[in-house]
Design a protein around this ligand. Structure first.
Ligand code: NDP
Length: 247
């Protein structure tokens, strides 16, 4: 059992909440960062009930200063950073790319790609200060990076494809320091992100195209993240693990 600090961005709900609880079960101490940390109250209390420790604090992954403050506060609570899970992400509205408002194009890239890179860079600096060996980053991508999601959200798919390229490059850059960098690419998962995109029935529709005949549950993504962070994955770096029911 490890009692080291893992930061989970976007851990207040959906996949991030499941990741935070899964990692807490593994003994990690969890700092959740999101824009509305009060919405993470149930996740924090679930973790406390598991006998581990957690805190939820405000974080906008697009704010460089905010990320520094968040990591400093998290480490003052729970000690040196052991790992980062870059989970925070948005899709923007579904629809044809020609109709997409450019504000969403910019926002999705800013949160999904720039936010992931800013958090990873800040984490690497924390690792450098504390002794890098054994530290790890997991980025949450999407199978949209492979499919391109035509007619739905190609801007989102592009942001996630860039996250995968970033994962591969950074993994190779820091491998000699003993830091591992991997990604999990979920297929469609049953969370509120689809309602936010204006299409709450999307999971039911997609399920008919999934070889396993159903969409994923957040816990099924969390298990993959837990494995990638664990010593069982000690020779895994630069890996993109697809968890998609065969889609
Ligand atoms: P949800 O919408 O359920 O949760 C998103 C989380 O991200 C929330 O905690 C939200 O909190 C946080 N967040 C959003 N913007 C920011 C920001 N700027 N800074 C910090 N936190 C932010 O999404 P899911 O759980 O479905 O998705 C999680 C990840 O999985 C995303 O990266 C998504 O792209 C990816 N994914 C999801 C799939 C799915 O089908 N659900 C499929 C493939 C990938 P708050 O609003 O308070 O900031």
């Amino acid at each position: 059992m490890s009692s080291e600090l893992v930061v989970v961005t976007g851990g207040s709900r959906g996949i991030g909440a499941a990741i935070a609880i899964e990692l807490a079960r593994g003994g990690y101490r969890i700092a959740i960062g999101c824009r509305h940390p009060e919405e993470a109250a149930d996740v924090v209390s679930a973790i406390l009930q598991e006998g581990s420790e957690a805190i939820a604090m405000p974080l906008d992954v697009t704010s460089e200063d905010g990320i520094q403050r968040f990591l400093a506060d998290a480490q003052s609570h729970f000690g040196a950073l052991h790992a980062l899970v870059n989970n925070a992400g948005i899709t923007g509205p579904l629809g044809a790319f020609a109709e997409l408002e450019t504000v969403w194009m910019r926002r999705v890239v800013e949160v999904n790609l720039t936010g992931t890179m800013l958090c990873a860079q800040a984490a690497l600096r924390c690792f450098g200060a504390a002794g890098a060996k054994g530290r790890s980053i997991v980025n949450i991508s999407s199978i949209a990076a492979q499919t391109g999601s035509p007619g739905e959200y190609v801007h989102y798919a592009a942001s996630k494809a860039a996250v995968e390229a970033f994962t591969l490059g950074l993994a190779r850059e820091v491998a000699a320091l003993g830091i591992r960098v991997n990604a999990v690419a979920p297929g469609t998962v049953n969370t509120g992100i689809h309602a936010l995109a204006g299409d709450p029935s999307r999971p039911a529709r997609v399920a008919t195209r999934v070889p396993m005949g159903r969409v994923g549950e957040p816990q099924e993504i969390a298990s993959a993240v837990g494995w990638l962070l664990s010593d069982a994955a000690s020779y895994c770096t630069g890996t993109v693990l697809r968890v998609s029911g065969g889609l």
